[in-house]
Design a protein around this ligand. Structure first.
Ligand SMILES: C[S@@+](CC[C@H](N)C(=O)[O-])C[C@H]1O[C@@H](n2cnc3c(N)ncnc32)[C@H](O)[C@@H]1O
Length: 242
């Protein structure tokens, strides 16, 4: 799959050999970005792995007593996960959801721009049901028929940033109440996963939770995160690391 996507970029640039293409991405940052965007897999959906959002709702009700809540969707793709977190916040907290702030980031710059726009084909949201559709989305008309846009009241809970989880610096400040990093760690080897988990752990509030994808498991980092079942993890107490 990576080969086919790389070959497509090669053709798009008019070059004929991978050697020439490698030289191009060395000197052309824009083409490097195009290649990264082409290689990422952005498959996602609103309320994907719905049980995670039920857990998040309970966590939010417990954490709101601290006054404000910060959440991170660390591989948000085109935004469906982050907006599902925001919808969960409004449904769990009502008016107090204004105290929730959600950082949504992804490596893929095109995906993050789509996330920021918050416009989706209607078939992407139809499973949410009429009530949620009316409450959280505006229906397009005329040339926008067939599309919905996230309502500004919901949109204002979120901010979007391009961010590489493998980069040495993340512009993220703790304490975070939840990190959703789902279906991205699967692309990394175990040492890379560990380095990322070592950086997630101190960012999380002691009562906070890390949500992983359905086929991701961090049993090899039990000193950092303890499983709560259903690919939800709690930060291990610092003492357990010594
Ligand atoms: C399959 S999507 C998952 C989206 C969403 N989290 C979900 O579970 O529905 C994987 C996302 O991980 C992102 N990704 C891959 N490598 C990354 C990295 N090094 N840093 C940040 N995001 C990355 C991809 O761009 C893609 O949008």
């Amino acid at each position: 799959m990576g080969y086919r996507r790389g070959a497509r970029r090669l053709r798009a640039t008019g070059l004929t050999s991978f050697t020439e293409y490698l030289a191009l991405i060395e000197r052309d940052a824009a083409e490097f970005e195009e290649l990264v965007n082409a290689l990422t897999t952005n498959l996602t959906a609103f309320f994907r792995e719905a049980h995670h959002f039920a857990t998040l709702g309970s966590l939010l009700q417990q954490q709101i007593v601290r006054g404000s809540i910060t959440l991170w969707s660390a591989a948000c793709s085109t935004g469906e996960e982050a907006y599902s977190m925001a919808i969960t916040a409004v449904e769990a907290l009502g008016d107090q959801a204004t105290q929730v702030s959600i950082l949504a980031s992804d490596l893929d710059t095109r995906a993050i721009r789509a996330a920021e726009l918050g416009v989706y084909a209607i078939d992407r949201v139809s499973a949410l049901g009429d009530d949620r559709l009316k409450r959280f989305f505006l229906k397009g008309t005329g040339s926008k028929a067939g599309f919905v846009r996230v309502r500004p009241e919901l949109r204002q809970l979120l901010r979007f940033r391009p961010m590489n989880l493998i980069a040495p610096d993340w512009p993220v400040r703790g304490p975070l109440d939840a990190i959703f990093c789902r279906n991205a760690m699967i692309y990394f080897d175990k040492p890379t996963q560990r380095r990322i988990l070592e950086r997630f752990q101190p960012l999380l509030h002691p009562q906070g939770l890390l949500f992983a994808g359905h086929s991701e498991s961090f049993g090899h980092c039990a000193d950092l995160f303890q499983s709560r079942g259903n690919t939800v993890y709690a930060p291990a107490r610092t003492g357990a690391r010594e």
